[in-house]
Design a protein around this ligand. Structure first.
Ligand SMILES: Cc1cc2nc3c(=O)[nH]c(=O)nc-3n(C[C@H](O)[C@H](O)[C@H](O)COP(=O)(O)OP(=O)(O)OC[C@H]3O[C@@H](n4cnc5c(N)ncnc54)[C@H](O)[C@@H]3O)c2cc1C
Length: 320
């Protein structure tokens, strides 16, 4: 019995969330007294064996170039084949875009219990109990998985990447039966030159309090000084002040950066649902009664147009 971790990548680079999933799966394997193995579909730029430093002992590699862009149905079939070959009793995914599409399908195919969005190592002292957020992060649920094969998808940014020097994984080429894709990706339009929001350590986010798209420069300057990604509230994206991929919240992206700075955002529950897993929340709002202050670790009551440029200068002075 081993732990199998799905190693996710994009444009040949392993995603940070995937490194977290590998470290997490390796830790569970250690906890269970078994080994951690990886499933890598498609090709990456780096030496696959070097991923051993994150704790995987063996990596099943399907090197078909057709797999460089994930098709959830095709990937599901292949991961099921690898799980059978490896005898895995636990399969770990990141609860990111690809993990959300593939893990439930693998769960259905293997009749394996799935907990999506785990936030901690499972408790294996008496059964197999996984902790996850529920009710938009307002409570925790502890869910027992009772099936023979178990699946966990790990929320990004909750488990640290751990590296052990000099470890190398055995790479095992895997001759998978690759099914016909039932969907065709005709174009991939990538956002370039920006820090991907889902992976950012710091996020600077703006709301309707910024009055219009022409005022976003102050927010972008702060983000640039901090090395942060930018985000926005839903009305801002709906009004086309900012692109929709920046919209965070219940109906947008759910993020968990180390620092979330909310500028001119009221803090409606639907917005908080997407950001309340942030480790530290700082709010800038001119209304001291804005609900966001209740969820904030730090708050500045003031006009964003005065506060933000001063903050940017202070950050630059600190860094310079
Ligand atoms: C089903 C449903 C789903 C939704 N999903 C989402 C979602 O995913 N994400 C989301 O964000 N919203 C979502 N909403 C909308 C949500 O309810 C709020 O309406 C929205 O979050 C408000 O956006 P806002 O805070 O930018 O604007 P507002 O509520 O208008 O708040 C603007 C804030 O800016 C402050 N302000 C004004 N001027 C300044 C200044 N000069 N300096 C500093 N502060 C200033 C004000 O005091 C105010 O607090 C959803 C709503 C519904 C019904």
């Amino acid at each position: 019995m081993s732990v199998l971790i799905f190693i996710d990548h994009s444009d040949g680079a392993i995603k940070k969330a995937s490194l977290e999933a590998i470290s997490y799966g390796a830790k569970i394997a250690e906890q269970l007294g078994t080994t951690a193995e990886g499933a890598l579909l498609g090709n990456i730029h780096e030496d696959i064996a070097s991923l051993g430093k994150y704790g995987v002992k063996k990596i099943y590699h399907v090197s078909d170039a057709a797999l460089d862009h994930p098709d959830p149905q095709v990937f599901t079939d292949i991961i099921a084949q690898i799980a059978e070959k490896s005898g895995a009793k636990l399969i770990v995914f990141s609860n990111n875009l690809h993990g959300k599409a593939i893990a439930p399908r693998v769960s259905a195919k293997l009749k394996a219990g799935l907990v999506a969005g785990a936030v901690a190592l499972p408790d294996t002292s008496n059964g197999f109990i996984v902790k996850k957020n529920v009710f938009s992060g307002k409570a925790f649920a502890f869910i027992a998985i009772n099936t023979d094969i178990k699946i966990i998808s790990l929320n990004p940014n909750v488990f640290p990447v751990s590296v052990s020097a000099d470890a190398s994984a055995e790479v095992v080429p895997f001759a998978a039966t690759i099914g016909e894709p039932r969907i065709k990706v005709s174009a991939v339009n990538k956002v370039t030159g920006e820090i991907p929001l889902g992976e950012a350590e710091i996020v600077v986010s703006g709301g309707r309090g910024l009055k219009g798209p022409e005022n976003w420069k102050i927010l972008e300057d702060l983000a640039a000084a901090l090395g942060a990604a930018t985000a926005c509230s839903r009305p801002v994206a709906d009004a086309d002040w900012r692109p929709h991929h920046e919209h965070v919240g219940q109906t947008g992206l759910a993020i968990a950066p180390n620092l979330y700075i909310a500028i001119g955002i009221s803090g409606a529950i639907q917005h908080l649902a997407g950001v309340n897993r942030s480790k530290v929340i700082a709010v800038i709002n001119k209304d001291p009664e804005a609900p966001f202050f209740k969820a904030a670790d730090y708050g500045i009551v003031g006009d964003a147009f005065e506060v933000v440029p001063k903050l940017t200068e202070a950050v630059k002075a600190l860094k310079g």
